[in-house]
Design a protein around this ligand. Structure first.
Ligand code: Z5A
Length: 208
């Protein structure tokens, strides 16, 4: 088996539990490998990326075209890769990222219905030489995720989408997991946080 890189990403629909998963992964890396970990997120992770995140998540009276949304996601990603992700990996650190390119396939491809080949072209453009070593897909039925996330704060532009949008997002994650089972590991995220964390630990232990 080829050695995995130290770039770990976490994916899932809204309310899947990515926040506590990222914390558990960071803790596992520090305890098990005693290594430095950069914990980051997309869209975001840089000053420009966080500005783009606000633009992407805030409601806009005139809406946003799906192409503009996709390109802004990849603009944020290009900055993130160059300023944060690649330098950290080159320095031998681990990088744990809350969402990455799989989210563009799931949301802009599955959710918005954009051509997956066009998304792949952008992925090849921005990171032809880098893919996550491991991706943890926290899989939860959409209704449960939405119920967990409800009432946190006023819904942003994505959170205001309908259940059918998130069903398409979830289906796309499932297709990607089926196509790349060695990289993308499904975690049953419907169970308690403790049980989710023990699955995560098991996957990490097997992978690294
Ligand atoms: N997006 C995109 O479209 N294309 C892209 O390329 C990228 C992103 C990179 C922002 O992402 C939006 O950007 C996102 C997709 C889009 N929009 N949506 N939806 P984000 O990841 O920052 O935003 P988010 O998906 O809204 O994150 P989230 O709702 O915070 O999800 P989460 O991190 O998975 O949820 P959580 O905060 O960890 O958990 C939610 C609640 O559930 C919380 O109260 C927990 O305590 C609780 N919870 C968690 N796990 C459990 C379990 N196992 N049992 C019971 N309760 C639980």
């Amino acid at each position: 088996m080829t050695m995995r890189n130290r770039f770990v990403t976490v994916e899932g629909v809204e309310g899947a539990g990515k926040t506590s998963a990222v914390a558990a992964i960071v803790e596992w890396i520090k305890t098990t490998h005693g290594a430095q970990v950069v914990s980051t997120r997309e869209p975001g992770g840089t000053a420009l990326g966080e500005d783009l995140r606000s633009i992407l998540l805030n409601h806009r009276a005139e809406g946003m075209s799906s192409d503009a949304e996709l390109l802004l996601m990849f603009a944020a990603r290009a900055e993130h890769l160059q300023r944060v992700i690649k330098p950290a990996l080159v320095a031998g650190h681990w990088v744990v990222c809350d969402r990455f390119t799989d989210a563009s396939f799931a949301y802009q491809g599955g959710g918005r219905g954009l051509d997956l080949q066009r998304i792949d072209a952008l992925a090849q453009w921005t990171h032809p030489d880098l893919a996550p070593g491991l991706t943890l897909w926290l899989d939860v039925p959409v209704a449960i995720g939405l119920a967990r996330a409800a009432g946190r704060s006023a819904p942003d532009r994505f959170e205001s989408e309908k259940q059918t949008f998130f069903d398409a997002v979830r289906n796309t994650y499932a297709q990607r997991q089926a196509a790349e089972p060695a990289r993308i590991k499904r975690i049953d995220a419907e169970v308690s946080i403790t049980e989710v964390q023990s699955q995560i630990t098991q996957v990490l232990t097997e992978a690294y």
